[in-house]
Write a protein that binds this ligand. Sequence first.
Ligand SMILES: *Cc1c(COP(=O)(O)O)cnc(C)c1O
Length: 394
Amino acid sequence: MKDETKLAVLGRDPEGHHGAVNIPVYRASTILQPSLKALADVYSAKMKDEQVTTYGRGGTPLTYAFENTLAELEGGYRAMAYPSGAGACSGAILSVVKSGDHILIIDNIYGPTRHFCDTVLKRMGVETEYFPTAISMADFAARFRPNTSLVFIESPGSLTFEMVDVPAIAEITHKHGAKLAMDNTWGTSLYFKSFSHGVDLSVHAATKYIVGHSDAMLGIVIANKETWPNLRETARAIGANAGPDEVYLGLRGLRTMAVRLPRHMESGIKIADWLRSRDEVTSVRHPALSQDPGHALWKRDFLGACGLFAFELQKKYSDAAVAEFVDHLELFGIGYSWGGYESLISVPAIKGVRTAEPWQNHGSLIRVHIGLEDPEDLMADLTAGFDRLNRAQG
Ligand SMILES: *Cc1c(COP(=O)(O)O)cnc(C)c1O
């Protein structure tokens, strides 16, 4: 089955649900059983990791349908849904580390994941070392210690879009007996098949393209056979279960993801390419552009791109001029997140979320999410923004 077909047929059970095309939302805490024996049987099946329903927190047929669809789409073994992408990141990390461990995290990691490591993990006695995105493989290998248990990467980074060589990192990580987790939100299960590139735990903010409509918070971790038992055990112990309505929206979003993403990709590349021609712009950070430093890796390993990228303005533009550009756009919302149907813009402060690789000598970095609007309309909006930028700068 091709991916498009998988997204239309997986995770459905009309026979089990009165013919309904979609599995309905199970709003349940208690699951009643006909006898003590039946209760004991279903509990022991759950302990053997069978997908039975014993209690709301442990998952319902809808949760399993969502998790299994993503595991199969990306080529993993099993998956666990979380109440947010941030919960999925910390859930994946906690399933691997123990007190006294050392972990290696890429410097362009999602900010709240960094915060988790610097606070909660630190308190637990886990030492986090951040490594630069432009690290050589020899330097990377030299950073492993006997107690290094986990490497966590994001490629491309979701603010600055550097790419790393995932299979090379996986090989070195495994040679040192550690596990490799990757935040694969940008690549998605459609465009980056993480498990065939050596990843052990693939993490997604399902809030983004999976839900796809900016109306729910949801996360997913897909595990291979080796990492699954601990992932499941840890999620169960923490009580990090996703809510049924959010899971429904996640599975519903997946049905159209293979239609939405190519549009995000095409419009994104078109606008990124156009931005290269603007005098105000010094560089465009988008791995699908042939000029991008990460392009060769993207071309080798990825099957597509999403609609999220960034560009840098000339250093001469003041913060006030940049605000004139951003604040009055009509089609780009100002706010966190991405992956919905609508376009967004932000001006992230990179300095504060870098420790291994200084961020200096840059103009303002503008991150855009290109939504499903007509790209000509979006470019007209940005053109008017550039006029305001230049007028304000004088
Ligand atoms: C948004 C995001 C997350 C966190 O997801 P939430 O659902 O917002 O908690 C994690 N990683 C990346 C790359 C993200 O963009």
